[in-house]
Design a protein around this ligand. Sequence first.
Ligand code: MV4
Length: 599
Amino acid sequence: MFDKLLVANRGEIAVRVMQACEELGIETVAIYSDADRNAGHVEFADEAYNVGPAPASESYLDQEAILETADRAGADAIHPGYGFLAENAAFAARVEDAKGITWVGPPSEAMEALGDKTTARQVMQAADVPVVPGTSDPVDSAAEVRELGDEFGYPVAIKAAGGGGGRGMKIVRSADEAEDALESAKREGEAYFDDATVYVEKYLESPKHVEVQILADEHDTVLHLGERDCSLQRRHQKVIEEAPSPALDGALREAIGEAARRGVREAGYTNAGTVEFLVEDSEFYFMEVNTRIQVEHTVTEEVTGIDIVREQLRIAAGEELPDAQADVDINGHAIEFRINAENPAAEFAPTPGELETYVPPGGLGVRVDDAVTEGDEIAGDYDSMIAKLIVRAPTRERCLERSRRALGHFDISGPETIVPFHRLMLDDATFRAGEHTTDYLDSEVGADELDAAVERWGSATGSGGGGESASEHELVVEIDGRRFDVLVEDDLPRVAHNGGADAGAPSGSAGSASSGSNSGAAATEQVAAGDAITAEMQGTVLSVDVEPSDEIGGGDVVCVLEAMKMENDVVSPGAGTVAAVPVSEGDSVDMGDPLIVLE
Ligand code: MV4
């Protein structure tokens, strides 16, 4: 096994990798940019090195700086995490060629073959894996596009060979759109991937996105760890992922898992990887292979009990996978919610800023992967994901209930987050039924719903995230042994007078803003400025002579207190209406305790 590993990444995935290293007895090296000097992954590592300024192109993507750092630190392995250099075959090849350093990932040749989507399709076809009807050779002319449109029926998709994740894809709905779409797909391919090669597939309008997790060692064992459903996406960004997929039955699950195994075996693939499929009308079609650990690997870990990052490290070190396919069991259900610092009510715009409150939930079946703490600055330099909440339960139904509980206790303020969006989805009939497809969010969930969710559950509204507006503050009061959270509006008078003008505050009045009743009603919602008649001494309530909504006058007896072996009438100092009676016969009260609250 390795002695010291450099993690060429940041944030929660860097911490995730270092946790696996710690359990294997591997020392860890972090790299960081100027923006990340105090970041969580830097704190977690045994050693940390600055590799450059905040922009990723000058730090986390600086291949030379990272290789030099590995050398300087004496690291014998590099794990790339996801994003940044993770799927860069040229960087993987450089690490493979560096003396004494192992690349924790697939062979660079397999990355290269699968990175080109036309060769990936050819590999899959050779392995008898169903692909979307289309071409596996480059397409050059609009005439060819139209021929394919006639053959498969419109719409068709023109895709960049170097593409993936939604970039460089153009949909052609009729023959006359072929010309423009072809030009624009080529332009995007050239701009994003330095490769104008494109190919054509039949376009499926409303598929599910189902992906299979693979582990393959260097001793000819290829395992699939079941599938994940990532159909809930917004503009090609996954937001909620789950395992297993609610859309597959046992036969389809078996078939798609076996197809994924055949495909990566054909590619000469080792380490962890994901084979993505589109599923429509109980048919599945290969889409692409992700040659890296993915954000959503966690849900697979939760239902299989397999530590995927640990296996990546063991595979890279030449060790054998511990299990045969028959030993991989899927148990229960897991859902991952990405906690992004974005505002769902503003088209999910990133919301950088200070993380003023950060108290994640816990308890049975709740996992939080993160690299932040309260008080951290959420910078705008990198992606907006600040944590992942992963919830596991024996069934999907119970996982949804547990998710409601966990999200309801995820206390974050400062940046707006997509927690309100997740809570909206937990009430969404289509999502709850598991019937959502990849086009669902963008076409069916409207701005009004999102606005309402943020209003109801967002961190800026007192009820959800515990925030309060400038003119309010929260008080905790205890009345007769029951705790009440009271929202006090500062612009209300501190002492409100009862009944007639100038009656004066009753003697011994608590005189402050509000109180609850002891009836069990939702006292927190009352923000009334009431007066209380309080006990002038410690004692026992012998009788209560009024009840809520009684009109009383000055001098009326409202209750009788026994104190110092004497019965003492408690009289009202003025007129008013009884709002609440927080005490009852037999209660012991302390000096200052409210006995009667007036409106
Ligand atoms: C498709 C497709 C329908 N038919 N290809 C989007 C990302 C890129 N990896 C491929 N994508 C798609 N390819 C054919 N032939 C629909 C999508 C697609 C999609 C796929 C997965 C998850 C979300 C998506 C959202 C829109 C479109």
